[in-house]
Design a protein around this ligand. Structure first.
Ligand SMILES: C[S@@+](CC[C@H](N)C(=O)[O-])C[C@H]1O[C@@H](n2cnc3c(N)ncnc32)[C@H](O)[C@@H]1O
Length: 273
């Protein structure tokens, strides 16, 4: 979904974010995987004060209320999404709705009046850290549990010959030197073998490698995996919300970094050798 008319920058951003984030609900695998994770943690949720960071339409906050949370703060920074979440929550049966509260603020500004037992979030970008995971490193409160608590970015080194076609030809691919393109090719689902980045709540982002060494192949793909306690919850390719990210190989060593901004996190990538 693209916005086609000229808008004031702030209006553009809130409407663009709204459109980007509602499309995640087409990915029912993703949403079901998160709901399963919450159900598996019910003993920590029942009777407790919980929060959803970046609640969107509030689906996970509602799930926690249904699992018996005493109170759930549904924190959302986008005013349009916060309004939609409020309207949705108001339509729920009173015994659920009265335990849910939408707070319109960036999560990093939120100071809950009580201790938060469980904080659920879905801040994963296609390159792991290129959306909002950094926010969890800058909280003004200490949740007892963060769900999910980890993630990985994996890479694959493959042969471009197996992917190029009449449109995305080897010449076209060459012109994308140094460019990371999400969804350029369809995933074949066994490409990702090399862990590149690992994120863990409380420990932050760790680079595991910057080197493709002597692996054979002239095309690189990256894909994200969401993990909790080391187990995969969902991943690129299997959940349509995250595509593989592709780039032609120009060397062995690369630099991959991120810089938080007011609108997510910017990614920097270039070849070193
Ligand atoms: C990928 S969506 C996930 C929505 C919902 N948690 C779910 O999983 O169904 C991310 C949401 O987080 C919100 N968001 C991003 N950064 C945020 C921040 N720093 N504080 C609060 N909300 C944020 C976005 O506006 C968006 O609604």
């Amino acid at each position: 979904m693209d916005i086609l008319n000229n808008l004031a920058p702030r209006r553009f951003r809130e409407a663009d974010d709204l459109l980007a984030f509602i499309s995640i609900y087409d990915d029912t695998r993703r949403t079901r995987a998160f709901q399963r994770l919450l159900r598996a943690q019910q003993k920590h949720i029942r009777g407790a004060v919980c929060a959803e960071g970046g609640c969107g339409l509030g689906v996970l906050a509602i799930e926690m209320a249904k699992l018996g949370a005493r109170h759930v703060y549904a924190v959302e920074q986008n005013p349009l999404l916060a309004k939609l979440a409020r309207e949705r929550l108001a339509q729920l049966p009173k015994k659920i709705a009265q335990r849910l509260e939408v707070i319109e603020t960036p999560l990093q500004e939120f100071r809950p009046p009580q201790k938060i037992a469980v904080l659920v979030h879905e801040f994963y970008g296609q390159l792991l850290y290129d959306e909002d995971l950094w926010v969890l490193e800058n909280l003004k409160f200490k949740p007892q549990r963060v769900l999910p608590d980890g993630g990985e970015l994996l890479a694959g080194v493959v042969s471009a010959q197996r992917y190029t076609d009449k449109i995305v030809t080897p010449a076209l691919l060459k012109s994308l030197d140094g460019v990371l393109v999400a969804g350029l090719f369809e995933e074949k689902l066994h490409e990702l073998r090399l862990p590149v980045l690992r994120w863990q709540f409380g420990k932050g982002l760790l680079q595991l490698t910057d080197n493709f060494g002597n692996r054979k192949g002239d095309l690189i793909c990256f894909g994200v995996a969401v993990t909790h306690q080391g187990k995969r919850i969902c991943e690129a390719g299997r959940c349509p919300n995250w595509s593989y990210v592709w780039t032609p190989r120009r060397g062995n060593r690369f630099s991959l970094g991120f810089r938080p901004t007011t609108a997510g996190s910017e990614c920097f990538f270039h070849w070193l050798s």
